[in-house]
Every structure is written in structure tokens, then in C-alpha cells.
Ligand binder design. Structure first.
Ligand SMILES: NC(=O)c1ccc[n+]([C@@H]2O[C@H](COP(=O)([O-])OP(=O)(O)OC[C@H]3O[C@@H](n4cnc5c(N)ncnc54)[C@H](O)[C@@H]3O)[C@@H](O)[C@H]2O)c1
Length: 402
């Protein structure tokens, strides 16, 4: 993969060339501000594909990559249990980090990661999360502009087939970061915190684990209270037959157009897969460099709309706001207006915007380690409230841009 244009601003190493990296490939392939100069993964097929796509040097480990090549930052997309040890290695080398969410599975681990990064004076960004998506960043600007009055309530809903896509064993084990709270609430709560200012005060939630063959949380319904009386409802079902992208003109999470008549295919394929190969094998085969890996068609990628995470309605004193993948609809007292959002030239370019902002322009990032720690606290609050039946009070929240 090649791109023309200006000299890249950031020389990046990618560590962990699995599913998360696969989804970021179009961003790295198309954004001229970053150059992937090296990749590391224990899997030979992922390393071979990386050499073919990016022409960079390849290594089997983070340590070897840091010893072998000079980078400005590392994109860390390894399994979550590796993050704490690897951030120490990166801190010792003085290398800035873009780390995939969730940064860890517990508050002590998050706080330790924050302390390590702070002691070493390295920048730590957490993402991609869908709160980077332009429709939500623009909605935040509209709320802050104040013309609709104070924000009072947010309603977020996402119905998907998440639970029936091929999964690794750890993705179906809550103790190892499985289930939709760690994986999907990490997006939805991040968006609600971005729009609501960041400071959640308490969480009351119930979760659902409705499929004994896939024994982890596949659904949740949560009520979040914020400072100033703002309240948010966050609902997610990964068991859905109804696909809530119907509310978004059938534009999917990654900005592609979906066929409304194929919503059952995930369940159907899973049933047929398990008769011959395990779903874990199939998932691995689809990953970067695997035998079923489908490289992105960069022409098709350029035609995509903005990415999103389901239906969100923001209720303000004098109007409601609804962010969509291609526009934001504003329902005011006397008129309904539509703010068009041109399709992005590079998917997830907002992640590179923040990375360049922090590393090159010395601006403050929204998606800092402290920000992601606060989002994880809410996700852990959902799990704790569902278990105890209690309302859980938050104590590690931070505001947007602090
Ligand atoms: N933002 C998103 O859209 C998104 C999507 C999927 C996953 N994620 C997150 O990304 C992270 C990775 O998840 P995934 O689904 O890509 O997992 P994955 O198993 O598909 O990929 C992980 C990769 O890391 C490699 N690896 C394992 N240990 C390593 C080590 N010590 N050093 C270097 N490479 C190592 C594996 O061989 C594999 O290729 C998790 O934190 C997950 O929550 C984010």
C-alpha cells in the first residue's frame, strides 16, 4: 500500500497485528501524516502481510522492534492483558503510545498505567473509540455553542449481532475482558461522556447473559447521572434480531451501506462454522495476513460515510440533536435543520488528528489515559451495579480535555 503527499509527521510502529490493527489498516494506509515503519507480532503470516503492505521492518516482539528501529510512537493493539507490562517497556524507552481500548480491565491497572506514563513523561492516547467520530465531535460543539440551552438528557441505543460473530474464548469470558460491557460500552459510554462533559456521578445498570453457550454479558441497560442533573440512558443488545442501523439509513458502524435483508447471516454462519472448524480458527483466519483475510479496497473505503456507534439523541432545553453518519439533525423550537457532514477522506482520521495534536502541535488530547480510565470506571460500574443491585458512585471522572 502506498500513499503520496507530504513527508509523514510521525514514524509509527504497530505492535499486535490482529483484529484491531486490521480495522485501522485503511487509516494507516491512507493518512499521509503517519508512516508505519515497523510492525511486531509473533504470527509470521501477520508479519509477512505487514512487509507486503507497508514495506516496514518486522519483529516478533515489542522489545525487538524498539531495539531495531527508531519510532516516534507505538500503536499498541495487543491483547489487553499485555498492556500493563508493555507500557513499562515503552516508558523505559521514552516512546509515546496510542493504545487500543480498553487500556486495562481494572482500576488499579489503569492507575498504574497512568503513573508509569506520567513518570516517564510519555504521551498516552487511548483509541480508537467511536467517541473520536466526527458526528459526535461536531455534536459536542453544538451543545457547547449553547444555542439550544442546557443539555438535559441523552438516549443511546445500539442493537447488533455482536454475540454471534466468530469469537475467541477470551471474548466470551468476562474475567478476561469478554462481553459487551468491556468491548462495546467502552464506545457508547465514551460518546456519552464526551457529549455530557465527562463527569459521571453514578451508575445504575442491569446486564443480560441470555445465551448459556456464550456465557458472558451480551446486553445491558444503564442509567448514568452526570453533574448538573444531566441523565443518560445507555442500552446495548448484542443478541439483536432487529438491527438499529435501520434508524441510521442502514449505514453501518464502519460507514458502509448495509443490506437490510441479511441481518440473520451472523447466526447462520456461526451455526455452519462450528460443524467443521472452530469459530476461533475462523476468526484467526480472517485476521491480518490470515488465509481468509480480505484486504481493504481503498477506493471503496474512500466512499464510506462517517463511522458511528448506534442511535444517539441529545435533549437540550430548546431542542434535540441527532448525530448521523452523514449529517446532524437539529430539531429546534421552530425548525428542523440538517448540518451535512462530508464523507471523510480517511476513516478514523480523527485518531491521527489527536496523535498529531499531541506529538507535533503540543495540544491537549481528549482521549488521554485519564479520560479512558474514567470511561472504564463507568463500565466497571455497570458490571458492579448489575451484580449488587446498587447504584455505584464514581470517583475517577474527568472533564473533556483535562
Ligand atoms: N477499537 C476497535 O475497534 C477495536 C476492535 C477490536 C479490538 N480492539 C482492542 O484491541 C486490542 C487487541 O484486540 P484484538 O481483537 O485485535 O486481538 P487479536 O487477538 O485479534 O490481535 C492481537 C494481536 O496481538 C498479537 N500479540 C499477542 N501478544 C503479543 C505480544 N506480547 N507482542 C506483540 N504482539 C502480540 C497476536 O498475535 C495478535 O495478532 C484489545 O485491547 C481490544 O479490546 C479494539
Amino acid at each position: 500500500m502506498s500513499k503520496s503527499g507530504a513527508t509523514p509527521l510521525i514514524r509509527l510502529g504497530a505492535v499486535g497485528l490482529g483484529r484491531a490493527f486490521t480495522v485501522m489498516v485503511p487509516t494507516f494506509a491512507l493518512d499521509p501524516r503517519v508512516q508505519l515503519v515497523a510492525g511486531a507480532d509473533p504470527l509470521p503470516e501477520a508479519r509477512a502481510r505487514f512487509e507486503q503492505d507497508f514495506g516496514g521492518r518486522v519483529y516478533t516482539s515489542l522489545e525487538d522492534l524498539l531495539a531495531g528501529v527508531q519510532v516516534d510512537a507505538v500503536y499498541l493493539a495487543t491483547p489487553v492483558e499485555a498492556h500493563l507490562q508493555q507500557i513499562q517497556v515503552l516508558a523505559d524507552a521514552g516512546i509515546h503510545v496510542l493504545m487500543e481500548k480498553p487500556m486495562a480491565l481494572s482500576m488499579p491497572d489503569c492507575l498504574e498505567i497512568l503513573a508509569i506514563a506520567e513518570r516517564a513523561n510519555i504521551h498516552l492516547l487511548i483509541g480508537h473509540s467511536h467517541s473520536f467520530d466526527t458526528p459526535y465531535l461536531r455534536t459536542r460543539e453544538l451543545i457547547r455553542g449553547g444555542s439550544l440551552g442546557r443539555i438535559r438528557m441523552m438516549t443511546a441505543l445500539n442493537f447488533t449481532d455482536f454475540m454471534y460473530r466468530p469469537r475467541r474464548p477470551d471474548e466470551l469470558d468476562t474475567a478476561r475482558g469478554g462481553g459487551v460491557v468491556y468491548s462495546q460500552a467502552a464506545h457508547q459510554i465514551d460518546i456519552l461522556r464526551l457529549l455530557g462533559g465527562g463527569q459521571v456521578t453514578s451508575v445504575r445498570a442491569m446486564t443480560g447473559a441470555w445465551d448459556t453457550d456464550r456465557n458472558t454479558e451480551g446486553a445491558y441497560s444503564a442509567l448514568l447521572t452526570f453533574e448538573d442533573g444531566l441523565v443518560a440512558t445507555a442500552v446495548y443488545s448484542g443478541y439483536a434480531h432487529f438491527d438499529s442501523d435501520e434508524f441510521l439509513d442502514w449505514q453501518g458502524e464502519l460507514g458502509t451501506i448495509k443490506n437490510p435483508d441479511t441481518y440473520w447471516t451472523a447466526r447462520q454462519s456461526l451455526a455452519s462454522l462450528t460443524q467443521d472448524r472452530s469459530e476461533n480458527e475462523v476468526k484467526a483466519a480472517r485476521n491480518y495476513g490470515g488465509p481468509l483475510y480480505q484486504p481493504p479496497d481503498l477506493g471503496e473505503v474512500r466512499a464510506r460515510r462517517h463511522q458511528h456507534f448506534g442511535s444517539i439523541i441529545v435533549s437540550c432545553e430548546r431542542g434535540d440533536i441527532r448525530p448521523l453518519p452523514s449529517a446532524i439533525i437539529i430539531y429546534g423550537d421552530t425548525q428542523r435543520s440538517r448540518l451535512e457532514l462530508p464523507s471523510p477522506a480517511v476513516p478514523r482520521a480523527e485518531v491521527i488528528d489527536e496523535l498529531v495534536g499531541v506529538l507535533v502541535d503540543s495540544t491537549e488530547a481528549i482521549h488521554s489515559g485519564a479520560w479512558a480510565t474514567a470511561t472504564l470506571e463507568v463500565c466497571l460500574g455497570i458490571l458492579a451495579s448489575a451484580t449488587s443491585g446498587e447504584e455505584i458512585t464514581m470517583s475517577h471522572q474527568c472533564s473533556v480535555l483535562t
